[in-house]
Ligand binder design. Sequence first.
Ligand code: G4P
Length: 534
Amino acid sequence: MLDTASNRPELPPEIARRRTFAIISHPDAGKTTLTEKFLLYGGAIQMAGQVRAKGEARRTRSDFMKMEQDRGISVSASAMSFDFGKYRFNLVDTPGHSDFSEDTYRTLTAVDAAVMVIDGAKGVESQTQKLFEVCRLRDLPILTFCNKMDRESRDTFDIIDEIQENLAIDVTPASWPIGMGRDFLGCYDLLNDRLELMDRADRNVVAETIEINGLNDPKLAEHVPALLLDTFLEEVEIARELLPKLDPKSVLEGHMTPIWFGSAINSFGVQELMQGIATYGPEPQPQQASPRAIAPEETKVAGFVFKVQANMDPKHRDRVAFMRLASGHFKRGMKLTHVRTKKPMAVSNPVLFLASDRELAEEAWAGDIIGIPNHGQLRIGDTLTEGEMIRATGIPSFAPELLQGVRAGDPMKAKHLEKALMQFAEEGAAKVFKPNIGSGFIVGVVGALQFEVLASRIEQEYGLPVRFEASQFTSARWVLGDKDEVEKLVEANKQHIAYDNDGDPVFLTRLQWDIDRVERDYPALKLSATKEMM
Ligand code: G4P
């Protein structure tokens, strides 16, 4: 039996040992460093020395990360699997750029929990807050890691208060820091009554652990200088009085977050956090779908695509669709049904992402993420099953908040541009609308940075310099409803209509007043800011 806070005892052991999660944080809080340490303890990186400097593997990995920064998107590290003790962790990367993007949202539809990393000196920052709110929409369980405790950081109570207040979630300390900045000694593991002492001499050395028999144990005084010990004991006493106790059920429901304090770069607190993910993080959860939800323990395989990455290797125009397995035991070569087109699809070369290497996935279980190379058949939101016409839901496409026209620098290359744009639309990197009247395309994104990312990708991957220019429209709404009514609207508002890459009509405008007018004049229609991907 796995020692967990299980809320799904019916799961087969292979599924029950899986933990699929993402890390959310503000840039610079330490997500990359923490990820590297996860991989180190997950055995995915063989030698500690590889993590910082030296080693070909390290260079390759950091090159990928540089490319990610340059391109503003995650390239290699979209999903990584590694073992931690009896557990299999699947870490799904949230895109690194600071604009909120749909990609980020959809990534969070593919995980069962999130680790929130905050910088001990800065507390809850803007990007953390936004990402947290996305997690909250799905009541995702959150485990918190307060990083950089080796530096001057804020008062422990302040940090906890700030999380409770800004994010409206109960916070319970899983560990308590002793000293701070230069005086930071380590943490007391409140869940296991252990003293963890940080080794400053070697960043890759795992902390020294001393078993303590409760807070009155005289052993504490042997390791903690009197001044620090007094403050620490006083703080823990107050914390135990004022802060809620760890309630695993409340964690699973997303109402409470346990917080660990540590220093990722010093490998400190990381293993305790990993143990926390194993113990308090949920097993694979049911997936909402239509006409019925999919339970992970179902023996038949079902999975859904939450991300498509094109041109991972510019030499081969391959695409990889990332599929989260929602149920069953997948085996390589399986024939699945592609629900949208109702066509069979043999999944013969699925990829499992083990750290920076891709490996053929011989098998996978509910909770795992596999990459399926394909030539464009698989789109975001697609469901693959063993025959049942069931469709995963809750993977939305958002109306873009920024619209711009786009032209190829060379007008002869308009066809090439169309191809590139369609590609990015299918990848979910942007919305592409073809206006009913006139030529050219209108591209819509959620964050301004995405225009730059697109322009540079079109240039790099297609050799096409492009120009974005102001559009007369500022809002886009999908037109939903009865076909005849839609036709009527299109006829009467030709100059406002465009079609998305699926051929679905979209109403473009710069005035909310227009949207209100249409809704008043066409009560049977809905102008929607989201469209379910299917
Ligand atoms: P991110 O992915 O969230 O953006 O953060 P990343 O891990 O890249 O960390 C941001 C910076 O914070 C890095 O410094 C990193 O070394 C540092 N850092 C991470 N964890 C800790 C910690 O526990 N303590 C301290 N003191 N620093 C930490 P950098 O100078 O930008 O990069 P580098 O030259 O160290 O690689």
